[in-house]
Ligand binder design. Structure first.
Ligand code: ATP
Ligand code: MG
Length: 655
C-alpha cells in the first residue's frame, strides 16, 4: 500500500460521519429534509403516502382505527389485491420489462418479464383453486430459492389464500410444527436443489414432515432437479409442471381483499423459544413494503435491484418479492451461496446484471472482509448506487469496508433495523437526506416513533442506553400472533404499557441514543453479561473486539464466575484463520478495556475457526454460553453448522 493509500485508510478509519454523495441526493426518491417534520405534524394521515403507492379497488375510509388497541387497524374499509399491485397494474407500461431475474447456482438463468410472471401466477392460481384452495385457507410453501416460490406466493395472494413460507433449510419437524399450528392443508414443495454443487434432497424431508401433520395434506411438487433426481411420489402429490400445463392461459380475477385481511403468516426464525406465527395484513403491510422500498432502498422501475436474503425470511418477503415488485422494478433472485463456485460470485452477478442496489447482511459482509478485497476488485461494480444491510448490528469496521470496497465511497449505506414483526424497515437513515454514522442504524423513519426508554419506561435522553420501544403504531406492524391474541399482547405490549391509555410496542432489543436522534441497536436485551452487578451488553463488547485489526468475527457471552457472578467470554475468528496468537489476545483485551472499561475485561479469549450460527446466519450465543459453563448443550437442531460446537469445545479446553 502506498503512503497515500495508508493515509486515506487512516482517514476513513477515523471518520465518524459520512454525508450522502450529492450525485445520489440529486436523484433520490426522497431528498426533502422537511419530511420528518411534515410526517410528525400530520400523523397518522402521513401514512396516506404509503397507501398511495398502491392501487386500491375500493378506497379506505379511515387511515388508522385505534378503537381496540393494540389491535390497530390500517386503511380500514379499503379493498385491494397484492398480486394485482405487484403484477397487473404494471402490464400496460412495462409488461416486457424484467420482473424477476433468476440465477441458479450452477449458472442457469431464468428471466420473467412482468407479462411472463403474470401469466404463470394466473395459471398457478387457477391450479390451486382447482385443487380446492379457497379464500383464507393457509398454503404452506416449503421451498428453496426457485422462481416458483414467488410465483406461488403471488398466486396465493391472488386468490386470497394466506401463505406461510417455511425456510427450506428447516427440518421436517419444523415443517410439521408450522403446518399444525396454522392448520394448513396445502403444501407446495420441491424435489431438491443444489448447494455448492451438491444435490440437497428435499422431498424425503418433506414427506417426513408431512407424516407429523394432523390434517390431510394436498401437495404440489416443483421439479427443480429434472431427471437427475428421482423423488418419491405420494398419493397426495401433484406435479407443478403438469398443473401449469393443464391451466395454460387461465386467468383468475384478483380477489378484492379487505385491507385488514391476512396476506401471510411468517413463523419467526426461532432463535428464542417457540416459533411465533407472525400475522401480516394486506393493506398496511404492502403499503409499508412499497413505501420503505421507495424511500430507503431508492428503488425506481428502471433499476436492477438485488436483495441477497432468502425468501424464507421476512427480508425476502418484503424486499425480494412484495416491495420491489409493487414498485415495478427488476428483482434479482440468486439460488446459491456467495462462495460458489468462487468467492467472487456476488460481484460477478453485480457486474453482469448491472445491479443498482445491493441489500445484504452483516454476517455476509464479515465473510467478504475475511476473504479479501481482491474478489470485488476483479469486477466492475460501478453500477451500484446504494448498499444496504439488515439482520444484526454492523460494526464500524465492517461498515467502512462495505462502503469502501463495494461502494467505492460513492454509495450511501443504509443500516436498517427492523424485525419479522414490523413487516419492514423502522430505523435507518433516509439515504438522500441524512448523514450516515457507521455502527448506528440511524434515526427512526419519518412517522415512526421509536424511543429508547429505561426500566420504568421513561425516555432516555441523549447519549444513554436502554430498551428500544415504538410508541405509536405503524402500517407494517403485525396484526397479532396467529390464533393467539393473548401471546401477542404478552410478547410485545405487556412490558411497557402500564396504563390502558398508552400502548407501547417492545421489540425486545436494547439500544443506545446519541446526542442527536441516532439509534445504535445493541441487540436482544437478553444478551447481557452481568459482571459484579454491572449489566454489559454483549453487542457493545463484540463491537470493540471486531474493531481490532486481525479479527474477522466475534461473539461475547457470559460464563459463571465465582466472584463476579458472570465473566466475559470472547470467541474470536481471526482474519488469517490462526487459532493461537498471544499478541492479538492482548490487543483484544486492551480494546475492550478502552471501549467499555476494565469491568468488561474478557476473562477468556478463545480463538475458533467458526461460530455456531442459525440458518439465517445469526450467532447462537446460548450455545456458546453452554460451552463457557461446561453445561450440556441445549437444542442444536436449528444450527446451520452443528459440527462446529465440538471444535469450539476442543479449542476452549486447550486454552
Ligand atoms: P426470533 O424472534 O425468532 O428469536 P430473530 O429475532 O432473529 O428471531 P428476525 O425477526 O429475523 O428474527 O430478526 C429481527 C432481529 O434482528 C431484531 O430484533 C434485531 O435484534 C436484529 N436486527 C435486525 N436488523 C438489525 C440492525 N440493522 N441492527 C441491529 N440489529 C438488527
Ligand atoms: Mg425476534
Amino acid at each position: 500500500m502506498s503512503e497515500q493509500d495508508t493515509e486515506l485508510e487512516t482517514h476513513l478509519n477515523e471518520q465518524e460521519v459520512f454525508e450522502p454523495p450529492q450525485s445520489f441526493v440529486d436523484q433520490a426518491n426522497v431528498s426533502d429534509p422537511s419530511i420528518y417534520e411534515a410526517f410528525e405534524e400530520n400523523w397518522p394521515a402521513c401514512w396516506e403516502n404509503a397507501a398511495g403507492m398502491l392501487d386500491w379497488f375500493e378506497g379506505y375510509n379511515q387511515v388508522l382505527d385505534e378503537s381496540n388497541p393494540p389491535f390497530y387497524e390500517w386503511f380500514t374499509g379499503g379493498k385491494l389485491n397484492a398480486s394485482y399491485n405487484c403484477l397487473d397494474r404494471h402490464l400496460d407500461d412495462r409488461g416486457d420489462d424484467v420482473a424477476i431475474e433468476w440465477i441458479g447456482e450452477l449458472g442457469e438463468t431464468r428471466r420473467y418479464t412482468y407479462l411472463d410472471l403474470h401469466k404463470e401466477v394466473n395459471e398457478f392460481a387457477a391450479a390451486l383453486r382447482g385443487l380446492g384452495v379457497e379464500e383464507d385457507d393457509v398454503v404452506t410453501l416449503y421451498m428453496p430459492m426457485v422462481p416458483e416460490l414467488p410465483i406461488a406466493m403471488l398466486a396465493c395472494a391472488r386468490i386470497g389464500a394466506p401463505h406461510s413460507v417455511v425456510f427450506a433449510g428447516f427440518s421436517a419437524d419444523a415443517l410439521a410444527t408450522r403446518m399444525n399450528s396454522a392448520d394448513s392443508e396445502y403444501l407446495v414443495t420441491c424435489d431438491g436443489y443444489y448447494r455448492r454443487g451438491e444435490i440437497i434432497e428435499h422431498k424425503e424431508k418433506t414427506d417426513e414432515g408431512v407424516s407429523g401433520v394432523d390434517q390431510n395434506v394436498t401437495s404440489i411438487v416443483v421439479d427443480r432437479l429434472g431427471d437427475e433426481y428421482d423423488h418419491s411420489v405420494q398419493e397426495r402429490d401433484h406435479d407443478y409442471d403438469a398443473l401449469i400445463r393443464n391451466h395454460t392461459g387461465a386467468e383468475v380475477d384478483p380477489v378484492a381483499r379487505g385491507s385488514e385481511d391476512m396476506l401471510f403468516l411468517m413463523y419467526t426464525s426461532g432463535t428464542t423459544g417457540e416459533p411465533k406465527g407472525v400475522q401480516h395484513s394486506t393493506g398496511g403491510y404492502l403499503s409499508w413494503a412499497a413505501w420503505t422500498s421507495h424511500a430507503v432502498l431508492d428503488i425506481k422501475p428502471e433499476d436492477t435491484y438485488w436483495c441477497s436474503a432468502d425468501i424464507g425470511w421476512i427480508t425476502g418477503h418484503s424486499y425480494i418479492v412484495y416491495g420491489p415488485l409493487a414498485l415495478g422494478t427488476t428483482s434479482v433472485m440468486y439460488e446459491g451461496t456467495p462462495d460458489y463456485p468462487e468467492k467472487d460470485r456476488l460481484w460477478e452477478i453485480v457486474d453482469t446484471y448491472d445491479v443498482n442496489q445491493l441489500y445484504t447482511a452483516p454476517t455476509a459482509i464479515r465473510a467478504f472482509m475475511k476473504w479479501g478485497e481482491q474478489y470485488p476488485n476483479e469486477h466492475d461494480l460501478s453500477s451500484l448506487r446504494l448498499l444496504g444491510t439488515v439482520g444484526e448490528p454492523i460494526n464500524p469496521r465492517a461498515w467502512k469496508w462495505y462502503y469502501k470496497h463495494i461502494g467505492d465511497e460513492s454509495c450511501p449505506v443504509v443500516d436498517t433495523w427492523w424485525q419479522t414483526e414490523t413487516g419492514g424497515m423502522m430505523v435507518t437513515t433516509l439515504p438522500g437526506v441524512r448523514d450516515m454514522k457507521p455502527g448506528s442504524a440511524g434515526p427512526p423513519l419519518p412517522g415512526v416513533d421509536a424511543q429508547v426508554v429505561d426500566e420504568s419506561g421513561e425516555e432516555v435522553q441523549s447519549q444513554g442506553a436502554g430498551y428500544l420501544t415504538v410508541q405509536q403504531p405503524w402500517p407494517g406492524m403485525l396484526q397479532t400472533l396467529y390464533n393467539n391474541d393473548e401471546r401477542y399482547i404478552e410478547e410485545y405490549w405487556a412490558e411497557y404499557s402500564d396504563d390502558q391509555d398508552k400502548w407501547v410496542y417492545f421489540p425486545e432489543d436494547g439500544a443506545k441514543i446519541d446526542n442527536d436522534d441516532y439509534l445504535t441497536v445493541l441487540g436482544r436485551v437478553d444478551d447481557v453479561v452481568n459482571v459484579s452487578g454491572h449489566r454489559l451488553g454483549t453487542m457493545e463488547i463484540e463491537s470493540a473486539v471486531v474493531g481490532v485489526e486481525g479479527v474477522a468475527e466475534a461473539a461475547v457471552v457470559g460464563g459463571h464466575h465465582e466472584v463476579k457472578g458472570e465473566a466475559v467470554y470472547t470467541y474470536v475468528i481471526t482474519e488469517d484463520g490462526q487459532t493461537d496468537n498471544e499478541a492479538l489476545r492482548e490487543r483484544i483485551i486492551t480494546a475492550v478495556e478502552d471501549a467499555i472499561g476494565p469491568i468488561a475485561r474478557p476473562e477468556q479469549v478463545i480463538f475458533t475457526p467458526e461460530l455456531p450460527k442459525t440458518r439465517s446466519g445469526k450467532i447462537m450465543r446460548r450455545l456458546l454460553e453452554d460451552i463457557a459453563n461446561g453445561d450440556e448443550l441445549g437444542d442444536t437442531s436449528t444450527l446451520r453448522n452443528p459440527e462446529v460446537v465440538n471444535d469450539i469445545k476442543v479449542n476452549a479446553s486447550d486454552d
